[in-house]
Design a protein around this ligand. Structure first.
Ligand code: B1M
Length: 228
């Protein structure tokens, strides 16, 4: 297989949500053929650069997944399967990317707000951002506003992403934004919010800079925030 064919094969397997040869694939049974992790190793062994693999195969694969999701061809489990292949590929690629000194597209602190344990959506957002070259500092779930603000300041992040799934915890987003007032870093960080009960009206009301309906909107917002 030539180098460009290998990249196409990686892209196809991201779209199919196949981590390795024992995975079947979302559209058809491809088990027995190499999955994303094997193909990425193969590409690196052949001297294909980690950045090329990330941009020309992994990111383009996730873009295709996003288009399928928006058209109603893919559903959440499909998106999750594809996101997990990206996570597995990123584990292999990360040391090569760091060694190559590839600049991060931006640094984002992510957290599910205090009192809220729902982190699946936030994790998908994190994987998508990581897979497209952002540095992601994931604080987990049930995170106190002061801890979130401290992490943003200490890491000099240019973005903060907050997730909430409960109507009883969404107000913690506003508490978190207010917690910046004591440290004076709010003008250096763009805040995006998301989660099932959140809306663009709510985001505006609490003084956030943007609302992402889903992981793909979160990615678009991050690109807008960093002028990409
Ligand atoms: Co709970 N839960 N849950 N739950 N749970 C909901 C949210 C609920 C709607 C179910 C229901 O009653 N119909 C309901 C909330 C009702 C409300 O607030 N009005 C509910 C409840 C009540 C509860 C408990 C209180 C139940 C109880 O104990 N009595 C309890 C609360 C625990 C707590 O948080 N303190 C609870 C617990 C749990 C589990 C722990 C069992 C589990 C969470 C496991 C986990 O996350 N690790 C759970 C689950 C799985 C759900 C449902 C079934 C699924 C949520 C999910 O993962 N969706 C949910 C019902 C439902 O949604 N149908 C429900 C998939 C995920 C990919 O979507 O998170 O929306 P989502 O993320 C999307 C977008 O929203 C967006 O992008 C993602 C990908 O497209 N997005 C962002 C999310 N964050 C973003 C951030 C961004 C941008 C976009 O920028 C930063």
């Amino acid at each position: 297989m030539k180098g460009d064919e290998l990249l196409q094969e990686i892209e196809l397997n991201v779209v199919q949500g196949r981590r390795n040869s024992s995975d079947e694939g979302l559209d058809e049974d491809l088990s027995g053929t190499p999955g994303v992790t094997e193909l990425v190793e193969d590409a690196l062994n052949r001297g294909i650069g980690a950045k090329g693999i990330l941009v020309d195969a992994i990111s383009s694969g996730m873009t295709e997944v996003g288009e399928r999701y928006e058209k109603g061809m893919y559903f959440l489990p499909d998106m999750l399967a594809a996101a997990e292949t990206v996570e597995a590929a990123m584990e292999i690629l990360e040391p090569y990317l760091l060694k190559a000194g590839i600049e991060s597209r931006g640094k984002i602190v992510l957290a599910t707000v205090k009192g809220d344990l729902h982190d699946i959506g936030k994790n998908i957002v994190g994987l998508m951002l990581k897979g497209t070259g952002y540095s992601v500092i994931d604080l987990g779930n049930n995170v106190d506003p002061d801890d979130i603000v401290s992490a943003v300041v200490e890491n000099e992040a240019n973005m903060l992403g907050l997730s909430a799934l409960l109507t009883t915890t969404m107000h913690q987003m506003s508490e978190t934004i207010e917690a910046f007032s004591g440290v004076g870093f709010r003008d250096k960080v763009k805040v995006m919010v998301g989660g099932a009960p959140i809306s663009s009206e709510f985001a505006e009301e609490i003084g956030a800079d943007g609302y992402g309906k889903d992981a793909f909107e979160a990615l678009k917002l991050a690109d807008d925030f960093t002028d990409i």
